[in-house]
Design a protein around this ligand. Structure first.
Ligand SMILES: Cc1cc2nc3c(=O)[nH]c(=O)nc-3n(C[C@H](O)[C@H](O)[C@H](O)COP(=O)(O)OP(=O)(O)OC[C@H]3O[C@@H](n4cnc5c(N)ncnc54)[C@H](O)[C@@H]3O)c2cc1C
Length: 477
């Protein structure tokens, strides 16, 4: 029996599998599809997600294959064009990435699959899960091909129409909006510069009277563009002739050379009210679906998987009580509810009409677990508090320039001891204690953490502050 079976090899399932496998958990990943998906779907990777993926060592690879937020070129019906930059935030020593990275989802999945392969795990394609039963000892999953797979735990990352969710009997509460639709495609075309994300917003005969926009986004490190055409007619379907006709009609110089993929999307706004039943846990679109406005779905799924990964690894290895898994629902359910609200606001406005708060919220930096079941209570004070994001800072370790994010990869838990040594607390996973003053490259580390002499700050495996207290209070049992 394997420790964990992950159902679904989208970005959520792949991230969960990496987080488990790199902690020594025996993982299998099954996917119903014949092979990797080809569509560009979730092409906006938020900067906070890059930070989470950096802990797995893949952020630099993703950055090398993407581009940071292209300016939007908004075309008017009269042939005029205006450029709009939504996010002007710049990186700094505490925040290595400040804007969203444009990278097609198939490429993100490829990078994640390669990382998972380094852990010795290959995806088993063509394995469609159809049923599931569990008892106190484990879970048995039935496959369409007649086979069964047993595991101690199952992660259901099988997307919006999740079989795992249905088998658990968990409802998917919310609404379907038949009139909010997109024609989708990945195409090669001529006649447009690749330095902008081109958008047309005038409703007209091209896109139907209910249209909000028509968007062509160049996909970095590929010859292709992502097409999104908003419409409200359930009888219209995306196909090669439809995409060719609509895109070719946009402007005399624009010509489609090749249609690689086409697809249709309609708005579903739904979420579960629990992420766990016994030994089975849901993550990603299997637990929440909403509009792609604001680029949140894949990012939220990856964040679910990072939150779950270290907890399930600790429980599967017997290093933590099962109750640790209840904190997964408690921490992630409010985040999903917030994402449904945010994406709902953004769906109802033009792409470029976003408040600075909405731009900040989509970046993911506002997500925190303050007041949650794992945030060790403390008095308010300077620097990040328990449950807040743990910022980066430049370090010098063994004479070499590095940073805190890179150093954190050496252990699950990182303890920053300021102004003197601290004992290693007992925590579920590997723990490293860093002498903060000895390795700080400059004053940024102290300032970013609002730290004083004697402060001991514990960073969780998923990059949030666990606790902060004076050295004398650190528990070692
Ligand atoms: C046009 C568009 C644009 C988007 N833009 C963004 C964006 O910019 N940023 C963003 O964050 N998100 C975006 N999204 C959303 C994003 O694509 C999804 O949220 C993301 O794919 C969810 O990942 P997942 O791994 O949870 O599920 P999925 O990607 O759906 O993966 C589920 C996997 O499970 C497999 N599976 C399904 N059923 C079974 C079964 N019974 N047995 C075995 N395997 C099964 C499937 O084959 C699939 O591989 C966009 C979506 C669309 C449509």
């Amino acid at each position: 029996m394997d420790d964990v079976l992950v159902v679904g090899a989208g970005p959520t399932g792949l991230t969960a599998a990496i987080e488990l496998a790199r902690r020594g958990v025996r993982v299998r990943v099954l996917d119903a599809a014949d092979g990797p998906h080809r569509g560009s779907r979730g092409k906006g990777m938020q900067p906070r997600t890059l930070e989470l993926l950096d802990a797995m060592g893949v952020a630099d690879r993703l950055v090398s294959l993407g581009a940071f937020e292209l300016a939007i070129r908004r075309h008017g019906a009269d042939g005029t064009a205006e450029d709009v930059v939504l996010n002007r935030a710049e990186p700094d020593p505490t925040t290595p990435w400040a804007r969203s990275l444009i990278i097609p989802q198939w490429r993100t999945e490829q990078v994640l699959r390669e990382r998972l392969a380094e852990e010795g795990v290959e995806i088993e394609y063509g394995r469609h899960v159809t049923g599931l039963e569990q008892d106190d000892d484990g879970v048995r999953v039935a496959l369409e091909d007649g086979g069964t797979v047993a595991a101690s735990w199952v992660v259901g990352a099988d997307g919006g129409s999740s079989t795992v969710r249905r088998e658990l009997g968990i409802g998917f509460l919310g609404e379907t909006h038949e009139e909010v639709r997109l024609l989708l495609g990945d195409v090669e075309l001529d006649g447009l510069d690749r330095d902008h994300w081109h958008m047309w917003s005038e409703p007209g005969p091209l896109v139907g009277s209910g249209a909000m926009y028509f968007a062509l986004c160049p996909l970095p490190a590929t010859p292709t563009w992502q097409v999104q055409i908003a419409h409200s007619d359930p009888s219209v379907r995306s196909s090669e002739p439809v995409l060719r006709e609509l895109i070719d009609a946009l402007a005399p110089r624009i010509r489609v050379r090749r249609v690689e993929t086409c697809g249709d999307w309609r708005l579903n706004v739904r979420m579960v009210d629990d992420y766990r039943v016994g030994r089975v846990l849901l993550a990603g679109d299997a637990a929440h679906v909403h509009s792609p406005a604001g680029g949140q779905g894949m990012n939220t799924g990856i964040s679910d998987a990072v939150n779950l990964g270290w907890k399930l690894a600790a429980v599967a290895a017997g290093r933590a009580e099962e109750s640790l898994l209840d904190t997964y629902t408690a921490e992630r359910l409010p985040v999903a509810a917030g994402v449904l609200g945010l994406s709902g606001q953004l769906t109802r406005r033009q792409f470029w009409h976003r408040t600075p708060e909405q731009v900040r919220d989509t970046a993911g930096f506002a997500t925190n677990y303050r007041g949650g079941p794992l945030a060790v209570a403390d008095d308010d004070g300077p620097g990040p508090r328990p449950g807040d994001r743990a910022p980066d800072a430049p370090l010098v370790v063994d004479g070499a320039a590095t940073d805190l994010f890179a150093e954190r990869r050496a252990a699950d838990w990182t303890v920053l001891a300021f102004g003197g040594p601290a004992p290693a607390p007992e925590l579920p996973g590997t723990v490293q204690v860093l002498d903060a003053d000895a390795i700080a490259a400059d004053g940024v580390l102290r300032e970013a953490y609002g730290a004083s002499d004697g402060d001991v700050i514990v960073i969780r495996p998923d990059g949030f502050v666990w606790s902060r207290c004076a050295a004398a209070l650190v528990s070692t049992n």
